[in-house]
Design a protein around this ligand. Structure first.
Ligand SMILES: Nc1ncnc2c1ncn2[C@@H]1O[C@H](COP(=O)(O)OP(=O)(O)OP(=O)(O)O)[C@@H](O)[C@H]1O
Length: 263
């Protein structure tokens, strides 16, 4: 479904600032796989997501979606296939537009330009129904500007928007990290629900090892641009955060802030 084959990316090659962000990375995901991604700072996690989204084009290797080589497609050309939520709650929504206008943008993603821009009654009803699932009461605030929402509300809306047009793959880049524990818990719960309901193939980067083990059916650990651990459902369900810390401990040069990671 999502195939990353022999992908490599080096920033500033041949200079003193050279950074080998991805080194010969292979990852095969089947439809409905939910993979959590952990790794120390600078391990290459965001770069991996960026190569799937098309924000960064790899130097070597192939990224395929549904058997189609998308390696040379730019980010906007993959937009209908890829949903993404970032760490920053401000990144996924437009603050000066209302909730329904934001959802309208999400609804139009990947559809031909020139489709009616207005929010029809039928659409409004669909938006309200989708918002009800968030259990935040946003369905009665369709005309509220998104800039007035709290970080947690915005992130829940970002998640809804990223998944609204049923992307082929969902990328979550530490999307709960900037929220307080209660809101993070809420957004994690919503994530599980929406991924399960829509059967989305998902890659989720997190620094939180408890979350990495609780969520998803597979876990990968990255270090210095490589996937150095790939754990399937059975082993993952038996692993503890301490086991993951022990794996980090085996790595040379991996700096782990275990307070953050065990929160
Ligand atoms: N746009 C860029 N330009 C130059 N170097 C970059 C760029 N993006 C990432 N890098 C470098 O590539 C390496 C991998 O970075 P990346 O952001 O993918 O790591 P990460 O695992 O997501 O780290 P973190 O957990 O700290 O966010 C790092 O050395 C980083 O400095």
């Amino acid at each position: 479904m999502l195939s990353i084959a022999s992908v490599a990316k080096t920033f500033f090659p041949g200079t003193v600032n050279e950074r080998r962000a991805l080194v010969d990375v292979d990852l095969e995901m089947v439809e409905g796989d939910f993979v959590t991604v952990i790794g120390s700072n600078g391990a290459g996690k965001s770069t991996l997501l960026n190569t799937v989204a098309g924000r960064i084009i790899q130097d070597e290797g192939i990224v395929s979606l549904d058997g189609k080589n998308v390696s040379r497609l730019r980010e906007h050309q993959r937009a209908s296939m890829v949903g993404r939520v970032f760490q920053d709650p401000m990144a996924g929504t437009a603050p000066n537009l209302t909730i329904e206008e934001n959802l309208s943008l999400a609804d139009r993603r990947g559809k031909p330009r020139g489709l009616a821009r207005g929010v029809t009654k039928a659409k409004r009803e669909r938006f309200a129904e989708a918002l009800t699932q968030l259990e935040l009461g946003l369905e009665s605030r369709l005309k509220t500007k998104v800039g007035l929402l709290s970080g947690g509300q915005r992130q829940a809306l970002s998640l809804l928007m990223a998944t609204y047009s049923d992307p082929r793959v969902l990328l979550l880049d530490e999307h709960t990290a900037a929220l307080d524990p209660q809101r993070a818990e809420l957004v994690t719960r919503l994530t599980r629900t929406v991924v399960e309901e829509k059967g989305l193939t998902t890659l989720m980067v997190t620094h939180n090892m408890v979350q990495a083990l609780e969520v998803g059916n597979r876990l990968i650990m990255m270090h210095e641009g490589r996937i150095i651990l790939d754990v399937g459902p059975e082993r993952k369900s038996q692993m503890t955060p301490e086991d993951l810390l022990a794996e980090f401990g085996k790595l040379k040069g991996a700096v782990v802030d275990d307070k953050t990671m065990l929160q």
